[in-house]
Design a protein around this ligand. Sequence first.
Ligand code: MN
Length: 710
Amino acid sequence: MQNENFKSAITFVRKFELSKRIAIMILIAYAFSVIMRLYWVFWAGGFPEFMWNNQLMINTNDGYAFAEGARDMIAGFHQPNDLSYFGSSLSTLTAYLAKILPFSFETIILYMSVFLSSLIVIPILLISSELKCIKAGFMGALVSSVANSYYNRTMAGYYDTDMLNLVFAMFILWAMIRIIVKNDKLCLLYITSFVMLYNWWYPSSFALNSTMVGIFLVYTLVFLRKHRLNYEAIILIIVALTNIPLYIQAAVILLLFAVFYFKNNLINLRILAIIGAIVFAIFVLKGGLNPIIFQLKFYIFRGVADSGGIKLHFYNVNQTIQESGIVPMKIFMERISSDIAVFIVAAVGYVILCFRHKEFLLSLPILGLGFIAFKAGLRFTIYSVPIMGLGFGYAIYFGVKMLKIPRDAGRVCMFFLTLAALYPAYAHIKEYKTSTVFYNREVEILNKLKSIASREDYVLAWWDYGYPIRYYADVKTLIDGGKHLGNDNFPISFALFKDQISSANMARMDVEYTERNFKEKIQDTLEEALKDYHYNDIDDLLLNLKLKDFAPPKPTRDVYYYLPDRMMSIFNVVLQFSNLDLKTGKNYDSPFFYQADIYEQDQYGINLGNGITLSNDLTSLRLGERSVNINTFYITSYDEHSKLSVSQTNIDSSAQFYVIFMKDYGRFLLLDKSVLNSTFIQLFVFERYDADLFEPVILSPVAKIYKLKR
Ligand code: MN
């Protein structure tokens, strides 16, 4: 008896020592991850233009959607159809933190990613402790926490759901491994909590969660057929993934857990199988397999266009996004492990780890999701990071053990090899100098607009600026980072690219139809307008918008145009969305628009780059071999009262090219007539607005805001 007590006392002390060791390693790795992320704060803090409300602004566009949602949740209300992320997971957490923490809202959204993403070190170390290789986990945690792609998407100011996506996935993996290694029944609770949290936090995690539970089932059937805790876990995970009201879900989970935990003798494998079948049937009935069926349909039936109604062909936004495409191997490896050598060591370590501890095979879905980057784009690489990190740590740990290096020498080895593996990540962090989404001069303008416009008013702007505009000006927008399909973008592109009358008519029409769409659930602005205005041909409608006596819908609110200088560099892309034949989807010839911010004097004149040279007498252009006359040469400049003045020299009225020298910007623009007459160029570059249609509200060199008078 005494002996027994003594033994258990020793186990207790050992366990305590072990958890103390893990706790210390977690603290060190966590602190390391946090401190590395503060580098950006330190660097960016040197730029006053990155500051707003005495705090650095965030550096991810989508973050403003969550920030808007959190702001609205703190206020307790938002406007119908304002697309606010009110109630979304990240907004909810942020609003809650803002309530309990003594920091400003701006501070909270700047640092959340720093402190939450660094939690990744905990499940990594816990997994290594289950596999009895904490040293490997420690090295893996350090390397993973700062690996290129994980850093890029969780750095300070990267206010997005990425900050917890991998943390949850890794905790689920840990609980699965622990179930197998320790047969710890409490894991049933951990695993369901993490699956439910993950599902709430990031609904798209459904695919990863389902794959993980699928692999877990396969693993169980192959290696651990008699291990009933596995089946119990699978049943509970399926309940956690089933689309039923939260209170029913929680009740079912608690009930099943209580039975599994306390009354296990009541349930034999047959009854367990029956419970499993029922749970799975409900999962399927509630649409659990729909995502898979949807995918299959998509692959089988793609190419078959749906028919019926008037079909307009819009410009597909994917045509402008380059993310998907062939991923070079080198970049892929560097994003996952910061360096090719580290990646290769990690890959070897991963294989050894799976051989030595086959339960680590359960990490395959997470690892595999990272490899989807080859098909689906680089943003997926982060998923491979912690798995490969553990692989790296294990390779070193295993090598040191195999080579029988003495204890202290082994530690020195591990220390320096980890340091070497961390160096490329450190170099990347120092190199990766992202600027904030907006500069404070732009935010000042939006902040001013906030006091002018009402929350129900619309701001017409390109989608890149949608979320930040809504956050800073508290208005509605037509398109944003989440709403920018071809048909969403067409009216905005049209309003920026076409003449002022067409623009004003389209803007009013799109705003009023967008509000109507919300209430009446009609499909598309243009298709609906065709019916209402009794046109058969979309081109007739678009042509009629040019007429001043065209009657757009009655205004229900104000509309503002937000025209930022920064749109100049993407204007060529912006206008593509309306420069096409909607009946066939074929692009019209590209309008000519060229911007030169860098130029130099050479023997032929002013070299504007790309083989374009402006003659010294400013009357002609050399385009490669060809020399063409300039139609009109404009110079815009600000006088001492910060008022814009435009001078113009007419040269050759038959020539097709126009040149604008924006003196204070140090910039030349080359354009054809269609771009010259576009609303964006007329209103932003020249401030030549039709006073019947537009009224200037804020005219700053960085952005101009006009109010629509239609
Ligand atoms: Mn709102």
